[in-house]
Design a protein. Structure first.
Length: 310
């Protein structure tokens, strides 16, 4: 090896080591694969249930279909298989007919939860886990969204569009600590450990009318805001946009840094494409948040429909 190649090798090794060191070991131990949901507890569920006063429910998931805006190359395709209906012959004396469905889809379409195996830093994921230790073509061997326990806890909605006096924030608008604290103060809420925090930016309003614009950018969480929420001990962060974070990104040359901060460094889950419109209209600033995600083995993400109950 020439001295030049040796120098390049040393620099590369140093760079890789620096990136690897950016993913800390979990505070819940070297074998932890659940991250921030470790903060959930039966006592927290009981306390959150006390927020239910009216019994009104709010579906936070959007209807997912072939025309849903999706991050390329993701798509959704449904095929209905006629078992005995249509040209088929009814079965039995009771003339049974029926249909079945075959769905081919990316898990990251529509309203979704990002698991801890979704985004890493230079091949290192949550709890400083190297990609070679859990990613298989047939599915993840760690961090599958099927292993996430039901997330039942207090939810907090921060209406940043309302704070800024607009129906919809501009793409690239970053939500950081100043905005988080200001919205919480204006709405009379405090973010606590174990909470799920959702942002209302108004961006969902253009998901159907202008899907191309919807996917080109978005208002969302900034890196400082992500660090702040992780420090407060939240379990998950969501927004009414496809990627939760501000796009264009705050720092030129970076790519989804908020995903890295929350998922890889802190084990905080991301909830994308949350339909917060009805909840914001009713000023539902705190509520019982309920999510029992589908349990597809080895999945990186999952299409979800969480429910807010007031």
């Amino acid at each position: 090896m020439t001295s030049r190649h040796a120098c390049l090798g040393i620099l590369l090794a140093a760079a890789l080591g620096a990136h690897a060191g950016e993913v800390p070991v979990s505070p819940y131990g070297p074998d932890d694969t659940l991250g921030a949901v470790n903060r959930l507890s039966p006592a927290g569920v009981v306390k959150a249930a006390q927020l239910v006063k009216t019994g009104k429910t709010y579906p936070l998931g959007v209807v997912t279909g072939p025309d849903s805006p999706a991050y390329p190359p993701r798509y959704y395709k449904m095929t209905i298989l006629q078992l005995d209906d249509g040209a088929g012959v009814p079965v039995g004396d009771n003339v049974l007919t029926g249909n079945d469905d075959l769905m081919i889809t990316y898990m990251g379409v529509g309203s979704q939860i990002d698991g801890l195996g979704h985004v890493g830093i230079n091949h290192h994921y949550y709890n400083n886990t190297h990609v070679k230790d859990f990613v298989k073509v047939t599915g993840l061997t760690k961090f599958s969204t099927s292993d996430i326990p039901p997330i039942v806890t207090r939810g907090v909605l921060l209406d940043i569009a309302r704070l800024k006096g607009t129906d919809i924030l501009e793409a690239g608008t970053a939500i950081n600590r100043a905005e988080i604290d200001a919205a919480a103060k204006a709405q009379g809420v405090t973010i606590n450990e174990g909470d799920v925090v959702l942002f209302h930016t108004g961006w969902m309003n253009i998901s159907e009318s202008d899907p191309e614009r919807f996917m080109k950018g978005e208002p969302g969480l900034g890196v400082e805001g992500a660090k702040y929420l992780a420090g407060l001990g939240v379990v998950a962060v969501g927004s009414d946009s496809f990627g939760v974070e501000a796009i264009p990104f705050e720092t030129e040359g970076q790519f989804f840094p908020v995903h890295q901060e929350l998922l890889a460094r802190n084990g905080v889950y991301l909830l994308e494409n949350m339909d917060t419109r009805a909840l914001a209209k009713d000023e539902g600033w705190e509520f019982l948040f309920v999510l029992g995600q589908p349990r597809f083995a080895g999945s990186v993400q999952a299409i979800i429909n969480p429910v807010a109950i007031r």
